[in-house]
Design a protein around this ligand. Structure first.
Ligand code: ADP
Length: 231
């Protein structure tokens, strides 16, 4: 599903933000990416969503070879990848329903289909009954669940969650993680970055540790059938 082969990224004349990262993520895997601030996690995610281009190395995602990807094809790539962030990025003037519906309107889905699809995804993230609320009327955990609904409503193959629990208290943080696990069980590959070691330990998923732009450990956990390897 995701293949990175010796991917490096240099911003200007600074040292490498990513230094020959190689990573293989299977379809339907749930991978936690950890590392101190400045390790290169965000750069890695931005390269996957094509917000940044690598300085060198090969990237293939869902059969798309980034070397051959034209700028006009980037929106097509982004439909395959949903993203959520620490600060939710909901539209404050739109209701819960409208925030999720907007992701479908911009790809030209009919109103009838939108009315059919949005309630299903709001139910999936546990936000049924809050359709008409505005973001400011919701808790942080609820806002993040709406953001997840918006990210997955177009059924992306991959969900990238960049510090999604950074603004949440432990209870809400764990609620959000459980929604991510549910999305993963439905067949979506999930990449999660977090600083929260409680979450890492409770999740029992594959953990990739990044330091100074390099993968320094890649550990399988119970429930993940891949190989155990520590570099
Ligand atoms: P993390 O997400 O793990 O905190 P980042 O990917 O944000 O790490 O940063 C990795 C390194 O790249 C850091 O040294 C950071 O200062 C640098 N960096 C990140 N983004 C930029 C940018 N747009 N321009 C210049 N340097 C950047």
């Amino acid at each position: 599903m995701i293949l990175l082969d010796r991917v490096s990224k240099q911003y200007g004349k600074k040292g490498a933000a990513l230094d020959r990262i190689s990573l293989h993520v299977e379809a339907k895997e749930f991978v936690v990416i950890v590392g101190e601030s400045g390790a290169g996690k965000s750069t890695l995610l931005k390269i996957l969503t094509r917000e940044e281009k690598p300085s060198s190395g090969k990237i293939i995602i869902g059969g798309i070879d980034y070397e051959r990807l034209k700028d006009k094809d980037v929106p097509f790539l982004r439909r395959k990848i949903g993203t959520i962030f620490q600060d939710f990025k909901l539209l404050p003037g739109k209701t819960v329903f409208e925030n999720v519906a907007f992701a479908l309107e911009i790809i030209g889905m009919s109103n009838r289909q939108i009315k059919h699809t949005v309630p299903k995804v709001l139910d999936l993230v546990g936000m049924k009954g809050k359709e008409d609320n505005y973001p400011h009327e919701l808790s942080g955990g609820e806002r993040q669940r709406v953001a997840i609904a918006r990210a997955v409503v177009r059924q992306p193959k991959i969900l990238i969650a960049d510090e999604p629990t950074g603004n949440l208290d432990p209870k809400h943080a764990w609620d959000v993680i459980q929604v991510l696990e549910k999305i993963n069980k439905h067949g979506t590959t999930v990449l999660l970055t977090t600083h929260n070691m409680d979450i890492v330990n409770r999740l029992k998923r594959r953990v990739v540790t990044i330091k100074d732009g390099k993968v320094v450990a890649d550990r399988a956990r119970a429930g993940y059938a891949g190989k155990e390897r520590v570099r």
